[in-house]
Every structure is written in C-alpha cells, then in structure tokens.
Write a protein that binds this ligand. Sequence first.
Ligand code: AHR
Length: 497
Amino acid sequence: RSATITLDLSAAGATVSPRIFGTFVEHMGRCVYEGIYEPTHSTADAAGFRGDVRDLVRGLGATIVRYPGGNFVSGYRWEDGVGPREQRPRRLDAAWHSTETNAVGLHELAAWAESVGLEVMEAVNLGTRGPAEAAQLLEYTNHPSGTALSDWRRTNGREAPFGIRVWCLGNEMDGPWQIGHKTADEYGRIAAETARLMRFIDPDVELVVAGSSNHEMPTFGTWERTVLTHTADLVDHISVHAYYEEKPGDTASFLASSVGLDAYLDEVAGIIDEVRAERGITRPIGISVDEWNVWNQTRWNEVDKPAVFTGDWPEAPRLIEDEYTALDAVVVGSLLISLISHADRVSMANLAQLVNVIAPIRCEPGGAAWRQPTYFPFADAAHHARGQVVVPEIEVHTLDTPRFGAVPAIASVATIDEDRLALFAVNRSLTDAATVSFTAPGRVISAHVLSGPDGNVRATNGPDAEPVAPREITVTSEGATHTLTLPPVSWACVRVE
Ligand code: AHR
C-alpha cells in the first residue's frame, strides 16, 4: 500500500499554541499521592516530590498543568490545602469516595510545577461553592499584598503572587455525576457571575467556561449554546472533554477515534461562531480540550467503581490505572494530529492525566517509574510541533469502520517553524504497512516510528522494561521527496531541516 502526503507550505495556517501540549493533575487515585508526591521514596526531594517521576515529566515536554480537578474540584475547599501541613484537615472526597489528606495543596503544586516548567491552570469549585470563593482564591493567588487573603499567602511562604493566568470555571457541570450538577441556565448564570467578579479582581485572567463532558451527552450542543449565551462576552475559552475507548470487537473504529474528535471540534467551533455572531461579540473564544485521552471506561464501571464505592474512604486508592498498549499510543498520536490540525480553534489541550491515573507515566510506591506507550507520541508532538500548521492533502486508500464509515488509512499533519518542518503521521491499518511519500525542502534530521514490537499491538510497558518505544526508521530522500514505510498500527515523527 502507498500514500502521498502533499504539503502546501505556502498555505501554512494557524500557529500551534504551546498550550496544546498541556497535562492534568487531579487529586484522584494515585496521581498526586504516590504519584508526583511520595515523601518516603528514595528519589524524593525535600518537599516530598519524586525525582524519578519529575525527570519523566520533564522529558514529556508538557507546557501547562490543569489542577486540582476534575470532578474533585467540585467539592474542594482550597483553603484546606494551604498553611501549616499539620493543621490541614482530612476530608472526605465525595467525587472519588476517598480521603483527602491535604498534604499537597496550591503552594506545593505550584512550586513543583515551576520546577518542571509547567504553567498552572487552576480550576475553581462551582459545584458546592460559587463566585465569592472563586474570587477569594484569585485574590489569594494573584493580589500582591495588603489584604487579608494576599497577606495570608505571604504568611504561608509565598511572597510574590502566583500570577496564575488561566482559570477553569468549574468542571463538567452538565454531568449528573458532578457534585453540584446544574442545568445549562443555572451553570451559565453562575459562570457569568464568577467570571465578572474574577475579572473585577484581575482583568488579565483567561477564563475557560465548561462545555459538555463529552460529545454523547444528551445535552451536547444546547449546553454549549446556552452556556455561551450567558458568558460569551466574559470568557476566552470553552472546554471540550473527549475520551475514547476500544469497544469489544471494533478495533477499526477505535483506530479512527480522531475522526470523531475532528467532528466534535468542528461542531463546537460552529456553535462558538453562531453565538458570537448572534451576540455581536468580537473577542475570540478558543476551544480548551482540557481533558482528552484513551480511557477504558468500561473497566472503570466494572472494576474501579465497585472497588471504591464500597463504603470505605481509602487514601489514594488505585483508580483507573489503565495499562496502555502500542495500539492506544497510536490512537493518542492520531488525537494529537487532530488537535494540531485544529490549531486555528484549539487554544489549549490537556492530556488527562499525568501520573498513574489514565496517565503516560506510571510508578509504584517505593519502586520504579516508567513510561507508558502513550508517553512517546505526546513527547514527540510537545517537543517538535512548532510554528505554523500545514494540514496536508493525503492520497491514500480508506478503511471501513462500523462507527465512522470509510476513513483514510493515514492521518497526518505537519508544522513549519522557519525552515524546520515536523511531520506526524499514523497508519490506522491493522494489517497493511504503507509506503508514504512527502515533499519538503531540506534534509531529514530524524525519523522514528512507534509500533507494536514484533507486530504485537497489545504490547505494554512496565517497571522492568519499556518494549514499546520509538525506533529509528530509514527515510529515502530523492531531492525534496522523502519516503518511509509505516508498519500497520504505527505512529511516526519525521523532522526535516
Ligand atoms: O480524568 C478523570 C475524570 O474524567 C475527571 O475527574 C472528570 O472531569 C472526567 O469525567
């Protein structure tokens, strides 16, 4: 099988926001505790954060971290997580039926984020709380000094403001599982009032209003329209959450998940345009895909949920620690291609989550940390997708899928930054390799693929070995035309300079 990727560099479009390569740390399961933070681990620093995990986080190349939830934020009192640790309360976390010790809070997370080069994107609780508490948190984080809240921050060891710019106005408020779940009108009103008050306090904040929890929600579409009707003149982004899983017997549709994400993003972009036009709003509104990933939710319902919702309130239980395969990594790669291709509309995106909980990084208490297969396409894109996007024309055969119909066997996108080009591609075929050619001036400076070792797309990584990892691949260049062969179910990253 062969494919031709045509790149019209003169038509390079939007610039990729570095914030598209964001991540997410929620107080859920073992993401924080026994994840980034484990004071007794042999690599822990003086603040209790694991050094081995920190190194892997740095290698991932993520740019911004959403915190502290997720569903968790909808019952969270941020004040519990500041001040002397020994005075912090233990609380029930009703979102994940766990006990929250509050050993980690805003100060610790912000210092850790700074140490790994991540901007903090803070979510406020619009489930059990409202505009007043959100504004108090903002005053605590961003006001220089001279008020009770800003001086409390200084007393707690942080003299300079945190200067947090990006704020999520609650989380998934459309979902009946959400603490403080609301109708679109109820949420739209509270989000608008919170936004107004937050802007009075700090006009420079960027605000993300919560869109639907997923594309299949019965309220999808009307939720976005209603919420934006209340808030379009007050917010900078609307969120999209998108998780994909393999349904039994339908690997082909799973491999085509990004076709679903493309359509989801186009629909939300259309709604933004409609509401802006109706309301005569000139300020741009980006899409913040602030939770996305492969997540086997069937497993969540069958294994994690019964295990946790037993009446116990464990500390940092093992929740949704999906073990990712090479196949999952290729799907993650295709979702990245979709996000980059929509750089004109996607202003931010956060791979959910960072460590242990549906994460590219896993670790064991007192033991090793390792990279899941999904780590690698993310790191490629985060390190090399720079500058303007070139959405290619692709001549290739199609594959039949039950969910999305006929889809192209190859998905691809390129970015160009001065004379540095990066091409990302996936081969969605379960059976056929594809010989792919593209034309771009310059010399190939690196090329690698990720696929199942010995064709085993179900291969995984673990504490002792990472058999699913990128390997170099030969690219034949004739003049400016470069040709490589993508194995079945593979991800490729090629750089030309
Ligand atoms: O990332 C796991 C959970 O998925 C988040 O807490 C929630 O926002 C979403 O439903």
